[in-house]
Design a protein around this ligand. Structure first.
Ligand code: ATP
Length: 564
């Protein structure tokens, strides 16, 4: 396809293209997103291509080739796209085709033709071939030729990387309608559910993949999303968890077969060990124990073993702690407190791990909901969030002209000014210190914005003063009074109880508001008993504030303005 398709001819899907796995999704007639299974029945398609006598394999079939044909198998290439060879980290490719320098970019030397000659194939060409396979799988499923897509990318994907991906996709006959950030796609997938309530909230998306983990702190305000902070870690991900199990089973093997050698020291044994360890890891996300079984693991010796989840969690505890640290670090970077976080969306394949979800739940307050399969019955499949979000976005924009889509992604349009502080209302009767601040527009809300609320006034009615103010969120810390020690003769044998009570005496942290600037005041006189007051605040694009205050059911009202 050399020209862009006109909107009427577009058949668009959502693509999540990861270093480890890719997924494709489409929306059905009712706007519901669905992840498509390829010909092999996989919804998580390994981002791997392998060549045997000129025949191309992709996905799970290509992954199996890592054992016998690793040199002609290309894996973990997404992040190399559009990068200078000198800036890439080739470590993930140790057990597959090695990246080489080609001009200044990255390529692979592989035998990809029937003639068996070694060819230099650029990462761009590999990506084109991978996307072509994804496109064909989607086209077969949908019964029509897919020619456009919304593709998800990490928040730190550079313009050069996006440009290279656009070109690679175009060469595969796929017009990139838009790139959306992976964490935003995850929030979209949740917000598009019929039962979702669009509320102002701070959401942390922890996208835990195979060779990298990315966390984003997102302010969701009236259906608009702003990324407040991001954190990336290339040293923790699913492959580190595989490694823990590989080391464990290798040691067990050595213990059992003294003459069998170390399966980690032979390429083929290592590949087998890795594939089976990943399968065991996935099984441990569901069950309390899993079997490891490999024929001819090393020196012709078969090996079977069992591991239970508790043992695995112990072995991997340091890595699990690193995921929690990364999430807390991102919240800190956003200058927020864990108490500000309403939801943590766990995305990416590694997010299936129950211990990661429960560790996050313990590190954040009870008011934070952790959306993961093991902590929430309504959680969506973390492996599908990115592709689903991309498909939803594709269905929203596929009818737009190309220039309009361009416009909507142009920084001038999307980086709208945001409020630095919350704007809210104080209702005061009598004692000037009696008012409690109630936020109407949260900090980080893009402007212009209009919000209104109905607030209760003091029960007895009379005169009240309504103040529209800016509020700054603070964290109030209270140390509970030390508990009296239990009498000696009670439960003397239960030492654990004592430990627990010491832990319980942790400080209590609560959100509180500090009122900063008073923007406007309205005095309402002689209100009826139990009267309610409606307050409306409009913040214009120039940050000027207009407000309107009236008694519900009463006549007239007070209008005021304040300019930035
Ligand atoms: P990256 O780009 O970081 O490599 P990705 O987006 O390509 O990531 P994902 O599908 O998000 O890949 O995550 C892949 C990782 O998730 C792999 O390490 C895989 O083993 C792991 N994974 C997949 N399913 C499960 C599961 N059920 N339990 C535990 N881990 C899983």
């Amino acid at each position: 396809m050399s020209e862009e398709e006109s909107p009427a001819q577009r058949v668009a899907i959502g693509i999540s293209f990861g270093n480890s796995y890719s997924s494709i999704a489409h929306t059905s007639g009712e706007g519901k997103a669905e992840v498509i299974a390829n010909e092999e029945g996989d919804r998580q398609i390994p981002s791997i291509l392998s060549y045997v006598d000129g025949e191309e394999f992709q996905g799970t079939q290509a992954k199996a080739q890592l054992v016998r044909n690793s040199k002609n198998t290309v894996a973990y290439f997404r992040d190399f796209l559009g990068q200078d060879f000198k800036s890439i980290d080739p470590t993930p490719c140790h057990q597959s085709a090695h990246p080489i320098q080609h001009d200044s970019t990255v390529a692979f030397k592989i035998k990809d033709t029937a003639e068996g000659a070694e060819n230099t194939v650029t990462v761009s060409e590999i990506t084109t071939r991978h996307i072509r396979r994804l496109k064909n799988s989607a086209s077969d499923f949908m019964g029509k030729t897919v020619n456009a897509a919304v593709i998800t990318v990490p928040t730190n994907f550079s313009d050069a990387q996006k440009e290279a991906l656009t070109k690679a996709a175009k060469d595969a006959g796929v017009e990139v309608l838009q790139f959306i950030h992976e964490p935003v796609a995850a929030v979209l997938a949740y917000d598009a559910r019929a039962e979702a309530e669009v509320a102002d909230k701070i959401v942390v998306v922890a996208d835990l993949g195979g060779i990298r983990s990315d966390v984003a702190v997102i302010a969701s305000r009236g259906g608009m999303y702003s990324i407040l902070a991001t954190a990336h870690d290339y040293d923790v991900g699913g492959t580190q968890l595989d490694q823990v199990l590989m080391d464990h089973f290798a040691k067990e093997f050595i213990k059992k077969h003294k003459s069998g050698g170390d399966p980690r020291e032979n390429d083929r044994s290592l590949a087998k060990l890795k594939l089976e360890s990943e399968a065991v890891k996935k099984a441990l996300s569901l069950g309390s124990s899993a079997n490891f079984s490999v024929e001819s693991l090393s020196n012709g010796l078969d090996f079977t073993s069992t591991i239970n989840r508790t043992r695995y969690e112990l072995l991997a505890s340091k890595i699990f702690a690193a995921f929690t640290r990364l999430a807390l670090h991102a919240v800190e970077k956003a200058q927020l407190d864990p108490l500000d976080v309403s939801e943590i969306i766990l995305a990416g394949g590694t997010a299936h791990t129950p211990r990661i979800a429960s560790a996050l739940q313990s590190a954040f307050p009870e008011s934070t909901t952790v959306l993961a399969p093991s902590t929430s019955p309504t959680a969506l499949n973390p492996s599908e969030l990115a592709a689903r979000g991309a498909a939803i976005q594709a269905s929203l924009i596929q009818e737009f002209e190309a220039e309009d889509i361009d416009q909507s992604t142009h920084p001038m349009v999307t980086v709208t000014p945001h409020l630095a502080h919350a704007v809210g209302v104080l209702c005061i009767s009598g004692d000037p210190a009696s008012g409690v601040f109630r936020p109407l527009v949260e900090a980080e809300t893009p402007v212009p914005v209009r919000r209104s609320a109905v607030i209760a006034t003091p029960r007895e009615g009379g005169d009240v003063l309504i103040k529209i103010c800016e509020g700054v969120r603070e964290i109030k810390v209270t140390k509970p009074a030390p508990k009296p020690k239990p009498a000696k003769d009670e439960d003397e044998d239960d030492e654990d109880d004592e430990d627990d009570s010491e832990e319980e005496e942790e400080e209590i942290r609560e959100k509180a508001w500090r009122v900063e600037n008073v923007l406007a005041e309205a005095a309402l006189k002689g209100l009826k008993k139990g009267a309610k007051v409606e307050v409306q605040v409009n913040v214009a694009a120039d940050l000027s504030v207009q407000c309107f205050v009236r008694e519900v059911g009463g006549k007239g009202g007070v209008r005021g303005g304040w300019s930035a």
